[in-house]
Design a protein around this ligand. Structure first.
Ligand code: PLP
Length: 446
């Protein structure tokens, strides 16, 4: 599907023409497990892939969240994956070291090139996203920038959704042009607008659904069909949904990226990112861009995120149930102009979300009456919601977009993508929903 040449990944048109590898291909190869020769989840086991990592591919999602990529240490019996807080790894002799360096033998040498704790997280995420491989990175933005740069170089073009996380938008809009590439943002979530933006030099289509912070929904299967018909790889930021709610590779998406800082970690205590996709993309990426830009995750953060993932479905479904109740409450509140939540039947993407997601997520944004000052007032009056950036934590968080995350965006541009002066974004946590509703009710009483 992709091959590596002169420092970056390129599409191989002949393989796209056969139509078998990119779109959905990585999902269908799960049962075969990982190719032989990848480093083991635990270096004390034999240098083959641990049978656990393959076996869990046949199990259901919640079982995979606990077991995939991990297994007991064969030497000590330790059930929890150890934190290999080591930058470097010793070899038995010079031949062994040369073989590991030359990729002739699996093993570890230097944490920027690979680390057993990080590897366990990568194996788990590959299983959860139904992809052949995955890489862990220092942050969500390290994942997004590395994953895009693997497809795009000087003279290339990206088509992106209009509603994106701010730093991803900045990367595409401001940084890519400095490297001789350009991005066009589709005028709406409709397929016609994505198709109109495609050029002969388009190397990638990039999108989020649900999007940050206006919760725009894009039909993943329809966009995958469009990308396939133009033989262009498709990349999704799956942070808002997490693999609990949608698994885009199964719908034909080529590469899935995450801010693991959010739902995957879940406790607001570690930054991280994930890139999941076909081995033909992941392996060269791990040996070039990730190694050379150096945006790798620390073993300790990888361990915190691994631990977070054990409870991912429990947390996410509880958060979704809370969010639905809060959205219903806000939707009938006299101080609220509009609620963006795909679980509300009036949301323009409700039917698509219902078809492609297991639940509607735990992110809500709403427009408070009173514009800019109204939005800030709600922020100032809440008692349980924390006035804090980020999302996906067990704690509920609140942000007034116009005065914080989007203060640098010109007002006209901000309004055009639906971020009104009074827009407030909630990340709903796992607290008792009655307390959260009471908190918002008293905050809106002004
Ligand atoms: C949807 C989305 N993607 C990516 C990111 C970037 O993640 P990180 O902060 O881990 O770099 C964020 C951060 O808020 C986000 O909301």
């Amino acid at each position: 599907m992709v091959f590596y040449r002169s420092g970056r990944l390129r599409r191989d048109p002949s393989q796209f023409a056969r139509g078998s590898l990119t779109h959905g291909g990585c999902y269908s190869t799960i049962a075969g497990g990982f190719p032989a020769g990848l480093p083991p989840a635990n270096p004390m086991s034999k240098p083959e892939i641990s049978s656990d990592a393959i076996m869990t591919r046949q199990h259901r999602f919640a079982t995979q969240t606990v077991h995939a990529g991990e297994g007991p240490c064969p030497v000590t019996g330790a059930l929890d994956t150890p934190i290999y807080q080591s930058t470097t790894f010793a070899s038995a002799n010079s031949d062994d070291m040369a073989a590991v360096y030359g990729d002739e033998k699996p093993g570890y040498m230097y944490t920027r090139y690979g680390n057993p704790t990080i590897r366990a997280l990568e194996l788990k995420m590959a299983a959860l996203e139904g992809c052949e491989g995955a890489l862990a990175t220092a942050s969500g933005m390290a994942a997004i920038s590395s994953a895009i740069l693997a497809f795009v170089g000087s003279g290339d073009h990206v088509v992106a959704a209009r509603s994106l996380y701010g730093a991803a938008y900045d990367f595409l809009n401001h940084l890519l042009p400095r490297y001789g590439a350009a991005a066009t943002f589709a005028g709406s979530a409709r397929m016609e607008d994505f198709e109109k933006s495609i050029r002969p030099n388009t190397r990638l289509i990039y999108f989020e659904t649900p999007s940050n912070p206006v919760l725009e929904i894009i039909d993943i299967g329809a966009l995958a069909a469009l990308a396939r018909s133009h033989r262009i790889p498709l990349m999704i930021d799956n942070t808002f949904a997490s693999p609990v709610l949608q698994r885009p590779a199964g719908l034909g998406v080529t590469v899935v990226v995450h801010s693991a800082t959010k739902y995957l970690c879940g406790h607001g205590d570690a930054m991280g990112g994930i890139i999941a996709g076909p081995e033909s993309y992941i392996t060269p990426l791990s040996k070039s861009i990730l190694r050379d830009f150096g945006g790798i995750i620390s073993p300790f953060n990888a361990w915190l995120i691994l631990r977070g993932i054990h409870t991912l479905p429990l947390r996410v479904f509880a958060q979704c149930a809370n969010a639905q109740r809060i959205a219903d409450f806000l939707n009938s509140h006299s101080q609220v102009e509009r609620v963006n939540y795909p679980g509300l039947p009036g949301h323009p993407g409700h039917e698509i979300a219902e078809a492609q997601m297991k639940a509607f997520g735990a992110m809500i944004s709403f427009e408070v009456k009173g514009g800019y000052e109204g939005g800030k007032k709600v922020m100032d009056r809440v008692k349980i919601f924390a006035r804090a950036a980020s999302l996906g934590d067990t704690r509920s968080l609140i942000v007034h977009s116009a005065s914080t995350s989007h203060r640098a965006v010109p007002r006209e541009q901000r309004l055009a993508i639906g971020i009104s002066d009074g827009l407030v974004r909630l990340s709903v946590g796992v607290e008792d929903p009655d307390d959260l509703i009471e908190d918002l009710d008293q905050a809106l009483a002004f």
